[in-house]
Design a protein around this ligand. Structure first.
Ligand code: FES
Length: 147
């Protein structure tokens, strides 16, 4: 049994402690906003926050985050007031949309540390992959959200 807090709720997971956090969130907690892309830590579609840091949940066994605080896109986007979400809407950002929950979580973690990132800092921090190539709009949205 592994215990940690997800979106403010303490949860006991009865899954194998080696289970990736991505699958605990999707299959046990029905939090399907966190996406599966590569399963290899490369694409960032599965990005969530653990204790405030952006992590790739496909690479994190639940047994390694006992007692931690996990935040998913469902909590960040709950009341539609988060500045990153508002900037995403203002920039009409998503195309197919699949990577965007992970992008938003990565952007929110970046802005927590740096409210006015340069294009270069955004490119260095945002290593998530978007097949539609929305990167210019992502840069604009992050700069808008930081204002
Ligand atoms: Fe986790 Fe691609 S699904 S990084």
């Amino acid at each position: 049994m592994t215990r940690f807090t997800v979106n403010g709720q303490p949860i006991h997971y009865k899954m194998d402690p080696a289970t990736p956090l991505l699958w605990a969130l999707r299959d046990s907690s029905n939090l399907t906003g966190t996406k599966y892309g590569c399963g290899a830590g490369l694409c960032g579609a599965c990005t969530v926050h653990v204790d405030g840091a952006a992590i790739r949940s496909c690479q994190v066994p639940i047994g390694s985050i006992e007692g931690s605080f996990v935040t998913t896109i469902e909590a960040l986007a709950r009341d539609r007031s988060h500045p990153v979400q508002q900037a995403w809407v203002a920039e009409n950002l998503p195309q197919c949309g699949y990577c965007q929950p992970g992008m938003i979580m990565a952007a929110a973690a970046l802005l927590e540390k740096n409210h006015a990132p340069t294009d270069e800092e955004i490119d260095a921090a945002m290593t998530n992959i978007c097949r539609c190539g929305t990167y210019p709009r992502i840069r604009r949205a992050i700069q808008r959200a930081g204002r």
